[in-house]
Design a protein around this ligand. Structure first.
Ligand code: ATP
Ligand code: PRP
Ligand code: MG
Length: 297
């Protein structure tokens, strides 16, 4: 294959991961020439291009070296890793990305007696994840038949093609609508940045390292809030004790009010109204909660 000097990232062309993946890359300073109906988007500022494909194809494209990185669900990545087996082009989950959260679970008809995986012995289980399911059945020492379906797995029990299913669950709405009950979670999934085990030793490797640093910053600040408030020196201890987790707050003097302090704290998550009300009761006032856009330690 011809060596490339530009980094190529594969992501889902059209689906649940498309918008959040593009948003994340934009936040990392990567923008692309709009060509959503096409396969390839040229990177405008940095030497990084996008390949828009079916999510199932992403691990294979990375393993073949067609793409350097991919944004894909852990469910799809791990299914691929299981199918290609140990020793084949091994892929690494470089970063969890915090969106596309779901789980791969066993679900049985609501009226079926089920208390443990052994109860699945001799049954047919429909799934789009035969690799992950077979691995789990082996671990649990259960002898069941795996029926592989590309989609609409949840209707298999009604159609009589399987007794039980193993499918993705998020809210659980699909299972309820099909009179199914979730019993065992095989995998907790979210979108991840996947790549080969070893980074390329050329400029693309340097670009990946830069991208990983930016990603870490973006992921860290995505949930972070900057809390600003004013407090008297006497209330400072009580106020500080109630601050949501994060590094030590910064204290600044308030001009003309020597007994007052301005406090600035980085909080590692949402600050709720309830928390704010508690902090106010402890003596704080003039409180602001601000989103953090960028952070470079
Ligand atoms: N209900 C859900 N809620 C949240 N995330 C989900 C849900 N269902 C699936 N996902 C995650 O989003 C990924 C993409 O789901 P989507 O339904 O868009 O894929 P798809 O139908 O296989 O699309 P494609 O056309 O790319 O093959 C899944 O692999 C999974 O990681
Ligand atoms: O627990 P829930 O919130 O109901 O989500 C789970 C459903 O979401 C996905 O399907 P999707 O909606 O993408 O439809 P699909 O059948 O086209 O994959 C997945 O395959 C489940 O069927
Ligand atoms: Mg798919």
């Amino acid at each position: 294959m011809k060596p490339r000097d530009r980094l190529r990232i594969a992501m889902q062309k059209s689906g649940r991961l498309t918008e959040p993946a593009l948003d994340l890359l934009n936040r990392c300073g990567l923008t692309f020439r709009q060509s959503r109906d096409k396969l390839f988007c040229f990177g405008e500022g940095e030497p990084v291009d996008l390949l828009l494909v079916r999510d199932d194809d992403i691990p294979g494209l990375i393993a073949q070296g067609v793409c350097d990185l991919g944004i894909v669900g852990r469910n799809v990545l791990n299914e691929f890793r299981g199918v290609v087996g140990d020793g084949a082009a091994t892929l690494t989950e470089w970063r969890p990305l915090g969106f596309g959260r779901c789980r791969l679970s066993i679900a049985v008809p609501q009226d079926m007696d089920y208390s443990q995986p052994q109860d699945l012995s001799g049954l047919r289980i429909a799934t789009s994840y035969p690799g992950l399911l077979n691995q789990w059945l082996k671990e649990k020492n259960v002898d069941a038949a795996v029926v592989t379906l590309a989609g609409s797995v949840e209707i298999a029990p009604k159609l009589g093609t399987a007794e039980v299913i193993c499918d993705l669950v998020q809210s659980g709405g699909t299972l309820i609508a099909n009179q199914l009950r979730e019993t065992d979670v095989l995998l907790q999934s979210e979108a991840v940045l996947a790549g080969p085990d070893a980074l390329p030793s050329d400029e693309r490797g340097d670009m990946i390292e830069l991208l990983l640093k930016r990603l870490d910053g973006v992921i860290q600040v995505r949930e972070s809030r900057l809390l600003l408030l004013q407090t008297s020196r006497t209330s400072l201890d009580a106020v500080t004790r109630l601050l949501p987790g994060g590094p030590q707050p910064t204290l600044l003097p308030v001009a003309g009010q020597p007994d007052q302090l301005m406090l600035q704290a980085l909080c590692a998550g949402e600050v709720s109204w309830r928390q704010l009300e508690e902090i106010k009761k402890a003596g704080a006032r003039e409180m602001f909660v601000l989103p953090v856009e960028k952070m470079l330690a």
